[in-house]
Design a protein around this ligand. Structure first.
Ligand code: NOJ
Length: 908
């Protein structure tokens, strides 16, 4: 390992030249697959080899040129999912199969074989609604739903499987000679079979070429989403030559926008949507992966008759550097069915502690305890609520995680007591690299136990990161995870208390001056697996171990909060994700919306972007607009880099302070709604931030919208992302919908674009008719101060004059909601002039002193003659009300209706 030439590590080490990252042409397995596929070699399924086991149906596939047999396995999985696995039948050694992502062994359903034909095999689920038609030669699979072919696999013949081979030098002489005929030295280098060069780096491949690939044709689909993380549009774009979406977790400081290069995390899962059907393809592979997308729009063949149109189609081509083909086909048919299907495999969003839905204040770095104290006091002084103070790497003793810089933070417990008294929390950073220092106990313990990733020569892998020369914990090893989790115990982590939570950063992993700023692919992990096999899942494991550590330190009582930069499919189970090192520019504010929508539809609901932009200094207007957007995004944190100017909310003049205060207060006003959305995400896998197409799947006009989105099913948010905006065009979907401006209560019918005038204090948010949104009417210094504060209900009537909504409530921090059913789940309904509060889940029991003190009914067409609540003695109690004929709004104030009991309000 090259040792650091300079001792000091600074932000410049992360902010490297963009040329250190590869494009597709620099990726050998991409070049190999492209070259080979142009030659047209086909695979044939040997259907006379079919065997049917308890869980799956198996058969051989043979490449007609190489004759190497592959084994295909088709599984039917409960909930309308198919799984197709393809591996070598007898590999030289086992190939990597991604562990720990699929939450439990999927319950399989029996597939019935319904064809005796030799050239064909039809496998159907018991209901017979879904069928897999397997064609033998050339090998192809059609997924058929109710006689409609919705997806074809390998119809373009892009199945590609490099079988493991004995290294050239170990082969017998004759074989070697043969091999050298078709693999001249030059060719070898180009194809990067056993060795791949990139800049000064040489990747020596112990197992030689091992890549896999397969194509999927989606019939009638033109709209695809998913495969985060890219700083790209929500709707996936066609990838021309050498422009595939890359899934390779990388630390890209100030990443470029509209670029398909891989950044911090990867979820190899995409969704396709068309009128009447949504599908998902989950490609379970954690090695470097490329995805090509090619949409062929419908072509009119003859006169305007729709039947004469050729169907549109989108082809998706997945290619991975190694591992096996293991793909789950989620057949929908609705978007919410697909979310459920995906969550049945990878889990749902963890239920977060309530505080983490508040506002977070971060900076690299808050200098010392005094600084923390002053910033904390600043929030109170300026009457701005906030929940969490964050400390970046400088809080440690020389970037040794789990320690404190004694000069800056001499008494971390005292500092935490200060925050605790304000009902606030602290988050500190803990990265995966561990400074090589025998006197640092974490290092010494890990070294002794052999807990670091190894280099290919067998020593500990060493790379440079913030502390200088470091080794990297091997989180893929369950023992290492268990040990690491133990480091969060209060008795071990000196200076930590139960209000301290964790931020995992640099876990792609980031290795300064390493190939593409990351770990060498031939580093060795637990079980002797090469890093290349599992690169994309490294960060997932760190967050898993951290979340488990935080849970264990409370003996399983308290919910953890862990933010991670790197992630994989299933990371939602362990906490929140943010979009890394964005820039203080309008374009980055704008791209945050599609980036978060993409994370949201791939299961990661708890996501956010650094408010203000991490790199650079936002002008006041941009900062205000960013706060306004961030207040309506799931994870809401302001953060900035070490050499940026201070940007606490009160540093931009009175007027801007007021605007930021307002935005943050709106966040806290909506807390009950946010919490309920997280509960629904946790229980039923419904994304929190939803692209319009998810809520309006039958409306073509919504499929490409990404400058606005739904929060749950009730609120439409259109953040202002342009400087000096005076008006925004807001698309209000749904021909039978009515929408209400959340501030003015002005209303519009749906299916139109309206021009909304905006001043700097306008956040365009609209409530959908038919919804009831619970709010808090009094804001506290933090979520902790709001436990007992009263509720309000915003009842927005539909065109039919009705509305529904819900509220979820528990203690906000423990697992009692799960272990002891200590929760309240209430249902609100407005129908025929009666607003009712009733129980939505009889299992739950939790008492709350809180009352509903304010109810607004929007869209009530005529002034009521009376408003009453029935009382226990059978008499109706009159309720004072006001009615605004201009906005058709009924207001009830000073009420005292308990949130957790059944009641009715009658409007006549
Ligand atoms: C990179 C992270 O993306 C950033 O948020 C953090 O401030 C720095 N590392 C320093 O820890």
């Amino acid at each position: 390992m090259e040792v650091s030439e300079k001792e000091e590590i600074s932000v410049e080490d992360e902010a490297v030249d963009k040329n250190i990252f590869k494009n597709c042409s620099k990726i050998a397995f991409y070049r190999r697959q492209k070259q080979q596929l142009s030659k047209k070699s086909t695979y044939q399924a040997l259907l006379d080899s079919v065997t049917t086991g308890k869980d799956s149906t198996r058969f051989q596939i043979i490449n007609q040129a190489t004759k190497v047999p592959l084994l295909a396995e088709v599984f039917g999985i409960e909930g309308n999912i198919f799984r197709l696995k393809i591996n070598e039948e007898t590999p030289l050694k086992p190939r990597y199969e991604v562990p720990d992502v699929i939450t439990s062994k999927p319950s399989t359903v029996r597939l019935i074989s319904c064809s005796g034909d030799t050239g064909n095999l039809i496998l159907a689920d018991e209901k017979g609604d879904l069928k897999c038609h397997i064609t033998a030669n050339p090998f192809k699979v059609d997924l058929v739903s109710k006689e409609e072919v919705v997806m074809s696999i390998n119809s373009l013949g892009q199945l590609y499987f490099e079988h493991l081979q004995i290294p050239l030098e170990q082969r017998a002489t004759r074989e070697k000679e043969n091999a050298s005929i078709d693999a001249s030295q030059k060719n070898q280098e180009d194809l990067g079979l056993w060795e791949e060069k990139f800049g000064k780096f040489v990747d020596v491949k112990l197992n030689g070429p091992a890549s896999v690939g397969l194509d999927f044709s989606l019939h009638g689909f033109e709209h695809l989403y998913g495969i985060p993380q890219h700083a790209e549009s929500h709707q996936l774009k066609n990838t021309g030559g050498e422009d595939a979406y890359r899934l390779y977790n990388l630390d890209v400081y100030g990443y470029e926008i509209h670029n398909k290069m891989g950044i911090y995390g990867s979820v190899p899962y995409l969704l396709a949507h068309k009128l009447g059907r949504t599908l998902g393809i989950f490609w379970l592979n954690s090695s470097e992966t490329l995805v090509e997308i090619n949409t062929e729009p419908a072509v009119k063949m003859g006169p305007v008759d729709a039947k004469q149109k050729s169907k549109s189609r989108t082809d998706v081509h997945w290619m991975s550097e190694s591992g096996i083909i293991d793909v789950f086909l989620l057949t929908g048919p609705t978007p919410f069915d697909v979310f459920k299907q995906y969550s049945s495999l990878t889990g749902t969003q963890a239920m977060p502690p309530l505080f983490s839905l508040g506002y977070h204040q971060c900076r690299w770095n808050y200098e010392d305890e005094q600084d923390v104290k002053a910033v904390d006091a600043g929030f109170d002084k300026h009457d701005i609520p906030y929940d969490v103070m964050w400390l970046d790497i400088e809080h440690t003793e020389g970037k040794r995680y789990f320690t404190w810089d004694k000069k800056r933070f001499p008494n971390p417990k005292r500092m935490q007591e200060l925050l605790r008294n304000k009902k606030r929390k602290l988050v500190v950073i803990s990265d995966p690299h561990i400074k090589i220092d025998p006197d640092y106990s974490v290092y010494a313990m890990a070294k002794e136990q052999g807990y670091f990733v190894r280099n290919h020569e067998g020593g500990d892998f060493e790379g440079i990161c913030w502390p200088g020369l470091s080794s990297y914990l091997d989180f893929t090893n369950p023992k290492v995870r268990e040990w690491y989790s133990g480091l969060f115990a209060f008795s071990v982590y000196q200076g930590s208390t139960d209000i301290l939570y964790i931020w995992n950063d640099m876990n792609e992993p980031s290795v300064f001056r390493g190939p593409e700023q990351t770990m060498h692919k031939n580093a060795i992990h637990h079980g002797n697996w090469e890093h290349r096999e599992l690169h994309n899942i490294y960060g997932f494991y760190q967050q898993k171990a951290t979340a488990e550590g935080l849970t264990q330190r409370s003996r399983g009582k308290e919910r953890p909060f862990v933010l991670t930069r790197s992630f994989f499919a299933g990371s939602q189970k362990y906490g929140a994700v943010w979009t890394g090192d964005n820039r203080a520019k309008w374009s980055y504010l704008k791209i945050s919306i599609p980036m978060l929508l993409t994370l949201s539809v791939t299961g990661i609901s708890f996501c956010g972007a650094d408010v203000g932009g991490f790199v650079g200094d936002p002008e006041a207007e941009l900062l205000v607009r960013w706060y306004q957007a961030g207040a309506y995004q799931p994870f809401f944190r302001c953060h900035s880099t070490i050499n940026s100017k201070r940007r606490e909310p009160w540093l931009f003049g009175k007027e801007h302070t007021q605007l930021i205060r307002e935005a943050i207060r709106e966040r806290y006003t909506l807390l009950p709604y946010w919490y309920c959305l997280f509960y629904c995400a946790h229980v039923t896998a419904e994304p929190i931030m939803r692209p319009l197409w998810v809520e309006f799947p039958d409306e073509l006009e919504t499929f490409g919208v990404e400058d606005e989105y739904m929060l749950g099913s009730a609120l439409l948010v259109h953040p202002v992302t342009e400087p000096k905006a005076t008006v925004v065009d807001v698309f209000l979907p749904g021909s039978n919908e009515v929408w209400y401006d959340s501030k003015t209560f002005a209303s519009w019918e749906g299916a139109c674009t309206v021009k909304i005038p905006v001043a700097l204090d306008t956040i365009p948010v609209f409530q959908r008719g038919g919804s009831i949104v619970p709010i808090k009417t009094t804001i506290g210094k933090s979520t902790g101060w709001m436990t007992d504060s009263p509720y309000g209900l915003r009842v927005a009537l539909s065109t039919k004059g009705s509305a529904v909504g819900e509220l979820y409530l528990d203690d906000g921090h423990s697992f009692q909601y799960l272990q002891k059913q200590q929760f309240l789940h209430r249902k609100f309904c407005f129908c025929s002039g009666v607003l009712s509060n009733s129980c939505a889940d009889e299992r739950g029991h939790y008492t709350s002193k809180c009352v509903v003190e304010q109810i607004f009914v929007l869209g009530l067409k005529k002034q009521p003659s009376s408003v009453t609540t029935p009382s226990s003695d059978g008499k109706d109690q009159p309720v004072a009300f006001t009615y605004c004929a201009g906005t058709f709004t009924l207001s009830l104030e000073n009420l005292s209706l308990n949130i957790g009991t059944d009641w009715e309000v009658h409007v006549k």
